[in-house]
Design a binder for this molecule. Structure first.
Ligand code: SF4
Length: 289
């Protein structure tokens, strides 16, 4: 299998919520390689919440110097507006589909206009489930390839290679509000990152706080809350920033109505619809009750 750099397109979908250290590592170590080999890097993002809003190309260059952190509409904008946290529906992560897959697919459709292409994905040898999920979606023009799996590279081998090449321990790439263990790795590493970036931790605590206010089942980690983990971790900087953000914001009273449709049998739930209306806004929590 060979790859001609001149005919390669690397596509990066900016969710708007990537960790700053990951972006900095990519700018320091990956962009120089792309420039050296004249690989075309296209940076894309959603323009708004609706499919009709389309996508925007933030940068399209064979000599990129910076990575865009965000486009006009970030995943956290969507979660803040809808009062939700990242979710799984029918076994698929809706945030990833909306902010990565669909954005990249729309760019590919516009750029390649139906020409066949080889789609190279960096799933490692321990990510068989992701490969199975990816293969449920294979239009005729797309030929998926998974080189790390062909080479037998698991996460440890990839990290060792990156350490040897760049002299650093490469940190995981994911959104600060991601709750999925496959993305964030172990909880201790995630909590350590939240200690490194307490302001980001506070933003995620705010997202979870709003989601829980509208639905007490919206704990970020399903059975447990991020707030509980941050408290247990004694991350006082994050908790202080969270309380500061709460004090600086407005408080609202909402009317929440839900319809949960019946599922296929008596043990399963069908789709859930929710209506949220604001019935009052105040500067303080006491004033909003
Ligand atoms: S990193 Fe996590 S939160 Fe971000 S898009 Fe992927 S699954 Fe969703």
């Amino acid at each position: 299998m060979g790859y001609d750099p001149a005919s390669m397109i690397a596509v990066y979908a900016a969710t708007g919520d990537e960790w700053d250290d990951t972006l900095a590592d990519c700018e320091r170590h990956i962009l120089p390689l792309l420039r050296e080999h004249q690989v075309r890097l296209v940076q894309v993002a959603r323009t708004g919440p609706f499919e009709s809003d389309g996508i925007v190309v933030l940068d399209d260059s064979r000599s990129p110097t910076r990575l865009h952190k965000a486009g006009p509409w970030r995943l956290s904008d969507e979660l803040r507006t809808t009062g939700t946290v990242p979710m799984v529906a029918q076994g698929r992560r809706t945030c990833s589909i909306k902010f990565k897959e669909s954005v990249i697919d729309r760019f590919i459709a516009a750029d390649l206009q139906g020409r066949p292409y080889r789609h190279v994905l960096g799933f490692n040898a321990e990510e068989g489930m992701r490969v199975l999920r990816d293969q449920t979606y294979t239009p005729l023009t797309r030929a998926p390839e998974y080189p790390l799996i062909e080479w037998g590279y698991g996460r440890a081998e990839c990290l060792a290679l990156l350490r040897e090449r760049f002299g650093i321990t490469w940190r995981k790439s994911y959104c600060a509000q991601c709750p999925f263990p496959g993305n964030i790795g172990g909880l201790p590493q995630h909590l350590e990152r939240l200690r490194t970036f307490p302001e980001r931790a506070a933003e995620v605590l705010m997202l979870e706080h709003s989601a829980l206010a509208l639905n007490p089942n919206s704990r970020l980690f399903g059975a447990t809350t991020l707030h509980g983990h941050v408290m247990a971790d004694r991350n006082t900087e994050a908790l202080t920033a969270f309380r500061r953000a709460q004090a600086a914001g407005t408080w609202s009273v909402y009317r929440v109505q839900r319809i949960i449709w019946a599922g296929g049998d008596e043990n399963t739930k069908g789709p859930a619809w929710r209506s949220v209306r604001t019935v009052g806004v105040a500067d303080t929590r006491a004033g909003a009750v």
